[in-house]
Design a protein around this ligand. Structure first.
Ligand code: DAH
Length: 374
């Protein structure tokens, strides 16, 4: 009744015997269990489920079986392959979980570690104060002018009405770069001792009206100590126009002091002498710390003004007509005022800096507490 047995090669069918299938499955399961990482598991997967794996090859043999044996062998091989792929999936999940746990530990970021081992620098308070002063004047319509630090002796002294025998010109104060050639009418070269030569350069360069502010480094042959430095910074102010008077100078400086130290700070002018201004004065402001209250009161000494009540700011005056003439400006038509002062000194009393050396050493621990000025 049944269909005749088809002849088949018994050697080939050997692979489909239950023990054989079980052995292949067990071998695959052992290899899966032994895979130590995802890469190894991938290799096991290719070897145990790929087209040339023992179970895949066995599966191909099913076709050679007689029909009634096919179903049983198919079920056996199918079950074995199913177990293998399930084991693969389970091991894959296990190894992925292990990897994720390891990565979490290995790549953990310690958020408590300091993030700023390499500290950022900071702008020097001399720069920020100088810019603040410039801003006050730029807001009044002034322009910022600059000049060279290596300057001709004529511009640094002669044009400013500082005669050749003036004490400021001796070797004591001035760094000479080149001496004037003897017997020749030629100017020597110096490191500028003040920013006033920028006044001269501005007047020689341009026609009035002129309103300029000139910040810059200047040099004097001083030893570096708590109150002196051979290199320091000044700000120079120059206004040349028709009809300018000492009242304009007074009002301008008053505004500057109020802008820098507060609206209720009074100023005063004391007579003084500078060769390049006539008349000349010294600008003082009421001590912005004690407001004069420390004067004559030993109970309340003031370090900022040494209990004098006033702080000296700098020199000023009406530009000497001789200076105007030397620069080709007609003193009959134009008049002008000028003002010059040191930024280091202002920084010292404005911020209670006691030692000038702190300003030149460039240590950011000094600079950082001043913070930003915008
Ligand atoms: N150039 C002077 C100095 O360095 C400061 C000075 C005084 C500047 C009076 C001026 C001025 O413009 O009018 O000592």
């Amino acid at each position: 009744m049944s269909a005749p047995n088809k002849s088949y090669d018994p050697v080939e069918v050997e692979a489909l015997k239950p023990e054989e299938i079980a052995r292949m499955r067990d071998e695959a399961l052992a290899a899966i269990a032994a895979a130590g990482d995802l890469q190894e598991l991938h290799e096991v997967k290719v070897a145990q489920t790929g087209g040339t794996s023992p179970l895949a090859l066995a599966n191909r043999e099913i076709g050679a079986l007689p029909p009634q044996a096919k179903a049983e062998a198919g079920k056996r091989v199918g079950q074995a392959r199913g177990q293998v792929s399930q084991a693969l999936k389970a091991r894959q999940e296990e190894l992925e979980a292990e990897r994720d746990a390891r990565v979490l530990v290995e790549e953990a970021v310690d958020v408590t570690l300091p993030h700023d081992r390499v500290r950022a620098g900071a702008r020097h308070p001399l720069t920020t104060l100088s810019e603040r002063i410039e801003d006050v004047f730029v807001a009044m319509g002034y322009e910022v002018a600059e000049g060279p630090e290596v300057e001709s002796e004529w511009l640094n002294f002669d044009a400013l009405n500082i005669a050749p025998d003036h004490p400021a010109r001796t070797m004591q104060d001035t760094f000479f770069v080149e001496n004037a050639a003897a017997g020749e009418d030629q100017s020597g070269v110096v490191l500028r001792t003040h920013t006033s030569p920028v006044q001269i350069r501005t007047m020689l360069d341009r026609e009035p009206p002129l309103y300029v502010i000139c910040p810059g480094r200047v040099y004097r042959t001083d030893e570096l100590d708590a109150t002196h430095t051979p290199v320091f910074n000044q700000v120079e102010l120059l206004a040349i126009d028709e009809g300018l008077t000492m009242a304009d100078l007074r009002g301008t400086l008053d505004h500057m002091v109020k802008a820098l130290f507060g609206d209720d700070i009074k100023t005063r002018l004391r007579p003084n002498y500078f060769p390049f201004t006539e008349p000349s004065a010294e600008l003082d402001m009421v001590c912005y710390v004690c407001r004069g209250a420390s004067v004559g009161d030993p109970q309340r000494p003031c370090r900022t003004c040494s209990s004098e009540g006033w702080i000296e700011l700098g020199g000023c005056g009406m530009v000497n007509p001789r200076v105007l003439t030397a620069c080709g400006v007609d003193p009959e038509k134009y008049s002008g005022f000028a003002f010059g002062f040191g930024i280091e000194r202002m920084l010292m009393f404005r911020h209670n800096v006691e030692d000038m050396r702190d300003m030149v050493e460039g240590d950011v621990r000094f600079t950082r507490p001043f913070g930003m000025e915008i």
